[in-house]
Every structure is written in structure tokens, then in C-alpha cells.
Design a binder for this molecule. Structure first.
Ligand code: AP5
Ligand code: MG
Ligand code: ZN
Length: 217
């Protein structure tokens, strides 16, 4: 099973992914996470990506396509994988089709999480992430049991560099211009499943599960 989560910054892709990879035993492929970890370690990839990410712009297509191509060849992807935040441009989607064709597999579903802009801004500016394990929280909507401490590993929570209001505004504009065309791209391929992402976390998880359970019947 190869599933993609498509949605604007703050839609809840990472939040739903935490649950989906566990429940459906999927390998997790988040280009955002891979890039953030490269930036943190200061690898050549990280040095290339850093400025784009800080400004809320997309990292060049050839860079992210290369990352995903390599990642899909890992053994854990054979049992199935969940793509979070990739593809993000029509060019990336076309490259993915080619890569999958070469590997002899295909996308099974694109879960499109639609959320109102005002809600996205509230979610992103209140987000907190564990420095150690990456678990995601929200100061109001999904607070940890102890303030600023990760429930899962006890690590310290921090704010993502690109979650300032100015960068969030830019990321939302970039999504509209460069990523939204993918909604039609995947609708035309009959892969699109749109979920109302304005609901609470559990209600969204239940709707996505209903789509995936139907696929695997
Ligand atoms: P990436 O890391 O992919 O960020 P994004 O797409 O902007 O999405 P986010 O991670 O911000 O949001 P999310 O949907 O995962 O929401 P979350 O679950 O955390 O990319 C970062 C950057 O990397 C890009 O800007 C770009 O530079 C680069 N990049 C990555 N991929 C690329 C690609 N393919 N091509 C080029 N460049 C690329 O939830 C958000 C908050 O809301 C959390 O606090 C959460 O607790 C809360 N929340 C979640 N669900 C709910 C709910 N239902 N109700 C209330 N609150 C909720
Ligand atoms: Mg995310
Ligand atoms: Zn943690």
C-alpha cells in the first residue's frame, strides 16, 4: 500500500501520519522531516536546503525527488509506505510516477486534507515539537501532559523555525500556487480522497482509516 498525504502546512499531515504508520505498518517518508534532520546535522543536503526552508520556499524539485527515490528503495518500504509532504509540485508528481513505474508499483490513494486558512494559522503558530523524538503537540489543541515536556520520551518541546507568522504566511502562499494544482492532477487519476480536515484529530483519523480499510478489502 502506497499512500500520500496532501494538504497545506498545518493540515495535520504529520499528526495523522504518527497514527497511520503504526496502524497500517507503513514506512514513513516525510521530505520535511528528512530535510530538517539534514539541516540539523549540517550535511551537504542540509546546507543546500536551509535557506529555502527558512524562507518558506520549496527546496528544488531535483533535490527532493532524489531523496524520495533513494528512500523508496529501502527494504522497509516494501511492505508499504506513507508519503507526507511529497510530491508538492506537478513536476515532482510526474517524477514520482516515473520512479514508481521503474520500481513496478503505483500510488494507491492520495488523502487530501482540506482545512480553513484561519485554522491553519492557529495550528502552526501554536505547534510545539519534541527536540528528541519529533512528536508533535499544540499548546491549545493537543497539549502535552506536562508543559513543554514530551509525553512519549520526556524530551524538551520547541517551536519549528518556520512557524513564525511571517514564514507561515509565505508557506501558505507557496502551497496555493505550487501544490494546489496537485488536487486536480490526482483527481484526474482517480486517486483523490478529500477529507474534512477542520474536525478534531480522532474524527479525521477515523475518516482516513475508512478510506484505507476500503482499499485493502
Ligand atoms: P513540511 O515539514 O512538509 O511542512 P508543511 O507541509 O508545511 O506541513 P507541516 O509539517 O507544517 O504541517 P502538518 O500538516 O504536518 O501539520 P501537523 O500535523 O504538524 O515541509 C517543511 C519545508 O520543507 C517546506 O516549507 C519546504 O521548504 C521543504 N520541503 C518539504 N517537502 C518538500 C518537497 N516535497 N518539495 C520541496 N520542498 C519541500 O499539525 C500542525 C499543528 O496542528 C500541530 O501543533 C498539531 O498538534 C495541530 N493539529 C493537528 N491536527 C489537528 C486537528 N485536527 N485539530 C487541531 N489541531 C491539530
Ligand atoms: Mg508535517
Ligand atoms: Zn519526544
Amino acid at each position: 500500500m502506497l499512500i500520500m498525504l496532501l494538504g497545506p502546512p498545518g493540515a495535520g499531515k504529520g499528526t495523522q501520519a504518527e497514527f497511520l504508520v503504526k496502524n497500517y505498518n507503513l514506512a514513513y517518508i516525510s521530505t520535511g522531516e528528512i530535510l530538517r534532520s539534514a539541516v540539523k546535522k549540517g550535511t551537504p543536503l542540509g546546507l543546500k536546503a536551509k535557506q529555502y526552508m527558512e524562507e518558506g520556499q520549496l527546496v528544488p524539485d531535483d533535490v527532493v525527488v532524489g531523496i524520495v527515490k533513494e528512500r523508496l528503495a529501502d527494504p522497509d518500504c516494501r511492505q508499504g509506505a506513507l508519503l507526507d509532504g511529497f510530491p508538492r509540485t506537478v513536476a515532482q508528481a510526474q517524477s514520482l510516477d516515473q520512479v514508481l513505474n521503474d520500481l513496478g508499483c503505483k500510488l494507491d490513494a492520495v488523502i487530501h486534507m482540506a482545512v480553513e486558512e484561519e485554522e491553519l494559522i492557529a495550528r502552526l503558530t501554536g505547534r510545539r515539537v519534541c527536540r528528541d523524538c519529533g512528536a508533535t503537540y499544540h499548546i491549545k489543541f493537543n497539549p502535552p501532559k506536562v508543559r513543554n515536556v514530551c509525553d512519549q520520551c520526556g524530551g524538551e518541546l520547541s517551536q519549528r523555525e518556520d512557524d513564525s507568522l511571517a514564514t507561515v504566511t509565505e508557506r501558505l502562499a507557496v502551497y496555493k500556487k505550487q501544490t494546489e494544482p496537485l488536487i486536480d492532477y490526482y483527481r484526474q487519476q482517480n486517486l483523490l480522497h478529500t477529507i474534512d480536515g477542520n474536525q478534531d484529530i480522532d474524527a479525521i483519523a477515523a475518516q482516513i482509516s475508512a478510506v484505507l480499510d476500503k482499499l485493502s478489502q
